[in-house]
Ligand binder design. Structure first.
Ligand code: NIG
Ligand code: FE
Length: 444
């Protein structure tokens, strides 16, 4: 049993399990001042005022030792969830920043065979062990920033064996690393050089070759397409996502990222789980998404890093679109793991409120990856994925920007990062499962 006691605030983010939070409900965090949380095994069993939590512990602690985590002066939130990453890749692209600062655009670099295609070359060359190590390090850093679940897209293989390789790496890491991974097949991330003159052939390969193999091996839950001028057209995107749906892969769309290409409208037409990026989404597209309940996964870090104007989050929230936030962690357009900094950017560059930002990185993000039944809020019965921030209240997370305030992280009931005071109140049992960590590690 773990008893998190006397937290300055427990930010439960409750009440959004059956449907994502929209409009004013995104600002409803259900904060408990001087709160306590009790965890038994992998589950949360109690959340409420600290006196009641303590009484619960006293009444129920007979069979188990109790690890007490003192959260005085600190803020407790659900484990943060990143619903859009491209973390399984090899190598890096730091030199692109210099090119962009000299005036090259992200798409210029891609058209010249760099960008995603450069990372594809590196990833094709890497074996699974190398990819495990490079990706595992990224997951360590995510965890150190309070992120306990990430979605992971393939898309740096762009041929069957290498797409499968990336997805197998995500599956292995999901078993071995405390951060949980949810896989998305994104073979339609770019057209590889060998199909440059015949992009329709590549679409056919995805539809007829890759999707059936990915589905048959149970390697992904979602299918995503980079629907963008010069990459995949809305018609190609529709064909790929429909093929995925036939095989049980739920649709997501990289939509309207660089120019308006009708991605938001298409996501609504297909009743996709989410449309992601949306910097150039049209009013009609936003309305259609609201009608169909398509979640907008917004990535203000990508706009920041590509030096462009971010998505119009306010318009989307006002229109009733459920909004989630993500790092977009990838080697080119957003090389970061700091979901807390993404919340800062959401507030400072998209004028989301601190309450909306936290909802967007917890329960709404859980909906974007189909996990809201299990994670995304601190409620009895849910999996104990919990972060303690060294912050006296949740607003402090957005006030003290670009600083990692993560103190303690609990994943599935196990403290995996422990910066705070942690002790046992059972005198016979001083053992704790806490692990100090900024290094690549696997489950005990
Ligand atoms: O979401 N837009 C497409 N994919 C990524 C970037 C991937 C890369 O540059 O390697 C994105 O921005
Ligand atoms: Fe992306």
């Amino acid at each position: 049993m773990i008893y998190i006691r006397k937290a300055a605030q427990v930010v439960a983010v409750s009440g959004g399990t059956t449907a994502p939070k929209i409009r004013d409900d995104m600002r409803e965090l259900n904060v408990i001042e001087n709160g306590g949380v009790v965890v038994e095994g992998e589950r949360i069993v109690f959340v409420g005022p600290d006196e009641e939590a303590e009484a619960y512990v006293k009444a129920n602690r007979s069979q188990e030792e109790v690890t007490v985590i003192n959260a005085e002066g600190k803020t407790v939130t659900p484990g943060l969830i990143d619903p859009h990453t491209h973390i399984v890749f090899a190598g890096s692209r730091e030199f692109e920043l210099g090119l962009r600062l000299q005036g090259a655009t992200y798409m210029d670099i891609l058209r010249a065979g760099g960008g995603i295609l450069y990372s594809t070359e590196q990833t094709r060359k890497a074996d699974e062990q190398q990819l495990m190590e490079e990706t595992g390090k990224r997951l360590d850093r995510f965890l150190a920033h309070g992120v306990t679940t990430v979605e992971a897209k393939s898309g740096y293989g762009l041929r069957l064996e290498d797409e499968l390789k990336q997805l197998r790496v995500a599956r292995s890491l999901n078993r071995l690393h405390p951060v949980e991974l949810v896989s998305t097949f994104m073979g339609a991330h770019a057209v590889p050089p060998e199909f440059k003159e015949a992009p329709e052939e590549f679409v056919r390969l995805i539809v007829e070759g890759m999707i059936p193999a990915v589905a048959e091996q149970g390697l992904a839950e979602y299918c995503d397409v980079f629907c963008e001028e010069g990459v995949f057209t809305p018609d190609q995107t529709r064909d790929i996502l429909r093929a995925g749906m036939k095989f049980g892969l739920k649709p997501k769309v990289h939509a309207d990222e660089i120019v308006h290409s009708g991605g938001a409208e298409l996501a609504a037409e297909l009743e996709a789980v989410s449309a992601e990026h949306l910097l150039q989404a049209s009013e009609g597209g936003i309305r259609a998404m609201a009608e169909k309940g398509v979640i907008a996964v917004l990535l203000p870090g990508t706009a920041f890093y590509l030096m462009t104007t971010p998505a119009d989050a306010r318009k989307m929230i006002d229109a009733g679109v459920p909004v989630a936030l993500s790092t977009d962690c990838n080697p080119g357009s957003s090389p970061t793991v700091s979901l807390p900094f993404i919340m800062n950017l959401a507030c400072l560059t998209m004028r989301m409120t601190p309450e909306e930002a936290l909802t967007a990185c917890t329960i709404n993000a859980a909906h974007a990856i189909g996990r809201a039944e299990r994670i995304g809020s601190i409620e009895p019965g849910k999996q104990a994925d919990i972060v303690i921030f060294d912050a006296p209240n949740y607003m402090f997370l957005q006030y003290h920007y670009a600083v990692n305030l993560t103190d303690t992280v609990i994943k599935k009931g196990i403290p995996v990062i422990a910066g705070g005071e942690s002790q046992s109140i059972d005198p016979d049992a001083q053992r704790t499962a806490c692990r100090q960590s900024m290094r690549f590690f696997f489950w005990p």
